[in-house]
Write a protein that binds this ligand. Sequence first.
Ligand code: DGJ
Length: 544
Amino acid sequence: MNSCRILAALLITAATLPAQSMPHIEKRGDHYAMVVDDKPFLVLGAQINNSSSWASTLPDVWPALADLHVNTVEAPVYWELMEPQQGKFDFANVDLLVTGAREHHLKLVLLWFGTWKNGQNHYVPEWIKTDPKKYPREQNDRGKLLDVMSPNSTSNLEADKHAFVALLHHLKEIDGSQHTVIMIQVENESGSVGSVRDFSPAAQKQFQAPVPSALARALHKDASGTWSQVFATNADESFAAYSTSSYINEVAKAGKAEYALPMYCNVWITYPVHALENRNRPSAGQEYPSGGAQQQNIAIWKAAAPSIDVLAPDFYSDDVPLFHSVVTAYDREDNPLFIPETGIGKNVGRYFFYVLGHGAIGFSPFGIDYTNWTLKKREIPDSIAENYALIGPLEAQVAQLNLDGKLQTAVEEPGMARQDLKFGDVVATASFGFPQSDGEAPPGTLDAHGRVLVAQTGPLEFLVTGFDASVSFTFTPAYAKSNNAQIEILRAEEGTYDNGIWKTTRIWNGDQTDRGLNFGEGDHGQVVRIRLHSLPLTGDLATH
Ligand code: DGJ
């Protein structure tokens, strides 16, 4: 189809569909879920490579996504392509993404590669790149112009905002009643690479002015004064974080006023600098883009960017404790957890289960397409494919259970082959690896890949699934003793959800349940609903 026919088809479908509520993020207590077309929705995502949102490459994108069993694709929109001349917009690639996602029954998260891409300006249109007088660059402390746009410039902000609003307007027209596009990433890994902040004369003036009082209040800083007075040694980076987050907030706010999709910012996080000499912390503007929503800048961003619904860490490392610390930093009462990018290293399958247990609204490995960039020879990461194949049919239930705070996961760690999950007085014990012998500790798996999900669906009812683990249920010793009670299985049904309705395929008993529910090696993809009851532990129960 040529681009005019694609657009016409998009507009016709938009006009004929019933209205449903906008995609949004719902909060219950401290828990979150995406809601799409009035149903909880878990993003089982994948992000395509940077240069893959093209007619020439999209044929290599869709099969990889299908092989990974994703329900959502994250794909970039390039400002330089969308507004090649100032005020003249071309949405052909956006339309291709929307029609392609629909054809492949996927939801779409669009990534706005605007002012920032990985702490630089490489996606701004030529008419901006070539006019640094009108669209100022950041300058480092020696006055050098960088390939970073100044976040302290109104003309930069207005140009980005204008383009972003045009994009949202177009999305409202073509997708306002269909909701293929469920969320927008505003910019990409914002912040500045090459300088801790903008030292241009205009920025200098703002830096020497008093810190905005609303920010000082939000950060519980009573000092009123300049950035250096209030933030001392962190003044430069804090100024950069405030400038960047305020700018992006304006872009997001204007976009939402046009079409109110959920919006997030992905973060090039701060990694520890093991390898660097004479320094115990990484430097802003060198090892990470200064002023992004890194762990240490979350409070500033939350105060200055209320139109951004989610600060979402990208994670590229096999360091499991580091992953846990990053998840803890972003899983906040005021921030839904969303991992919009991960590498596809050896732990990625476990990371997914780990974030589900933290109530994540979604997860997405990076570089999933068959353009031979990230995935050589079409090698799909098995652990993600099997995770998504398992959770895909339960996706709405998992999102709802997380919104209700009823779901937990156990993820194997080397040397920790048994883990307990507590649901009030009930303990679900996950034992990893097989064979498991009575009275002995479980062996664990060779590469510690065991993972388990348990969700409470009633006082003594649970939904259970996992890989290479057994799961058994007991009362806590204290409860068992004071209530003279023990747990017994009434019924364990293997099955799946079909359009939200549970369908039993068989009942597990005997060897499949005697030593816990057995999610054995090679038996991937099983889901069990288990109903338990409380039986007296001891005593004469004869009726007299
Ligand atoms: C993180 C960025 O957000 C992506 O766009 C991409 O550049 C990856 N890094 C590459 O590894």
